[in-house]
Design a protein around this ligand. Structure first.
Ligand code: TXA
Ligand code: MG
Length: 354
C-alpha cells in the first residue's frame, strides 16, 4: 500500500486534506495524525473491521484495548453506558487535553475496539488538527500511539513513516508534538478512581478535582505481584534494543557510577549511550551522549525521552545508562516510562557500593 504523507499546519488547517483523511476513516481505512501527546494511528472506533486493521498495522495483541478519541462533549453519551459525575468534572477541568477516562461502554462500541472489555477509554485531544480530523471522520476515532508494537510512541511524523509507512493509507504530518508522553489514564469505573497511567494531568491535578484518587500498584513497581489494570501496561513497552540501567542517588555518585559502567562497556567493545541533563552531560564519556535538557525542566525531559530512545536504536547503542528523574507531578510520567524502558533495572548508588 502507498502511504500518502501530507504536511498540515496547525495554524492554517487545509480543510480539503482533513476531508480526505475523514473519508479514508469512514471508508474503513487508517490515518495517522498528530495529537498534543504523541502521534495516533486512527481508525473508525465504531467499525470492528477498522479496529482489526489497527492491530494488524501495529503488530499489537488484540486484547490490548484502544482509546476512542472524540471532538466534543456531545459525542460522549453515545459510547458510554452513562456519563458519571466524575467524568463531567474532569472533562470540565482537563478536556480537551491529555487525559483519558475509562467508563462502562455502550453497545455502540464494538468489542474489537475495547479488546473484549465492557469498558471504554475515551479522550478528547486538544490538538486542532486532531479535533478537525476526528470531526471529519465521523466523531469517533480509535487511536493507539502510531508506533509498531514495542517501539517508543512517535513524537514526530518521520517516526510514524518509519514504523507504519506502507501499512496505512495516510499520515498527517503536523510537526513536533507538544508534550511527548501519552495521556494520563484514569479508571472511573471504580471508587475511588484509579490512575492506570501517569501523564501530564498529574495525580495532584486529579485529586484537586475529585478529592481522592489512587495509583495502580503496578505503575512504578516491577514485582507488585498484581496484574496491571490497563492491559497495555503489561506488555514490555518502550524498550530500546540496548540494555538500559537507571542510576539514582546524589549527582556526584551517579556520575561516578555511570562513568565506571561506561568504561567497562567500552572495554568489552560495546557501543555506549547515556541519558543525562544539560548540567551533567559534559562529565560523561559515552559514544552517544544525550541530554534531555535542563534538570529543572521536567517538560523538556518528557518531550525528549522517546526521541532519544529511538536514536540509541538507530545508532546501534548496546549499553545505556540514564540519570533518574524522581519527583512528583510530571516526573511520575517520565519515571513510569523510563522504568518500563529499563525493564525496571535501577541502581541506587546512595546505598550500593561497587
Ligand atoms: O496520548 C495518548 O493517549 C495516545 C494518543 C494517540 O491519544 N494514545 C495512546 O494509546 O497512548 P495506546 O493504545 O498506545 O495506549 C492506550 C492504553 C493501553 O495501555 C490500553 O491498555 C489502555 O490504554 N486502555 C484502553 N482501553 C482501556 C480500558 N477499557 N480499560 C483499561 N485500559 C484501557
Ligand atoms: Mg502505545
Amino acid at each position: 500500500m502507498d502511504t500518502k504523507v501530507v504536511l498540515i499546519d496547525e495554524q492554517h488547517i487545509d480543510d480539503e486534506l482533513i476531508r480526505e483523511a475523514g473519508r479514508i476513516i469512514r471508508a474503513g481505512g487508517l490515518v495517522a495524525f498528530p495529537t498534543e501527546t504523541v502521534y495516533g494511528l486512527g481508525g473508525d472506533a465504531l467499525n470492528p473491521a477498522s479496529s482489526k486493521k489497527i492491530y494488524e498495522a501495529k503488530g499489537r495483541p488484540s486484547d490490548n484495548p484502544l482509546i476512542v478519541h472524540i471532538a466534543d462533549m456531545e459525542s460522549l453519551p453515545a459510547i458510554v453506558e452513562n456519563v458519571p459525575e466524575t467524568a463531567k468534572k474532569l472533562a470540565a477541568a482537563f478536556w480537551p487535553g491529555p487525559l483519558t477516562m475509562i467508563m462502562k461502554k455502550a453497545a455502540a462500541v464494538p468489542g474489537e475496539t475495547t479488546g473484549g472489555l465492557d469498558t471504554v477509554a475515551v479522550r478528547m485531544p486538544s490538538h486542532s488538527v486532531a479535533l478537525a480530523f476526528i470531526e471529519a471522520a465521523g466523531g469517533y476515532v480509535a487511536a493507539p500511539s502510531a508506533n509498531r508494537s514495542g517501539r517508543p510512541s512517535p513524537t514526530v511524523a518521520d517516526y510514524v513513516v518509519e514504523d507504519l509507512g506502507g501499512r496505512i493509507e495516510m499520515i498527517l504530518d503536523g510537526g513536533d508534538v507538544e508534550l511527548g508522553l501519552e495521556s494520563t489514564i484514569v479508571d472511573l469505573t471504580v471508587e475511588p478512581p484509579v490512575i492506570l497511567r501517569p501523564g501530564f494531568v498529574t495525580e495532584e491535578d486529579l485529586v484537586g478535582v475529585l478529592g481522592q484518587v489512587e495509583q495502580d500498584a503496578t505503575l512504578f513497581a516491577d514485582d507488585s505481584g498484581q496484574a496491571p489494570k490497563a492491559p497495555g501496561m503489561k506488555y514490555r513497552h518502550y524498550a530500546p534494543k540496548g540494555e538500559l540501567t537507571i542510576v539514582r542517588g546524589s549527582a556526584a555518585a551517579v556520575t561516578d557510577y555511570i562513568n565506571t559502567g561506561l568504561s567497562e562497556g567500552r572495554e568489552k567493545n560495546k557501543k555506549t549511550g547515556v541519558i543525562a541533563t544539560d548540567e551533567t552531560i559534559g562529565s560523561y564519556r559515552a559514544d552517544v551522549p544525550r541530554s534531555v535538557g535542563k534538570r529543572t525542566d521536567v517538560n523538556a525531559v518528557a518531550k525528549g525521552l522517546y526521541r532519544i530512545l529511538r536514536e540509541f536504536d538507530d545508532e546501534g547503542v548496546e549499553l545505556i545508562y540514564s540519570e533518574s528523574f524522581d519527583g512528583g507531578g510530571v516526573s511520575q510520567a517520565v519515571m513510569n516510562r523510563l522504568l518500563k524502558a529499563a525493564g525496571h533495572r535501577v541502581i541506587d548508588v546512595s546505598c550500593t557500593r561497587r
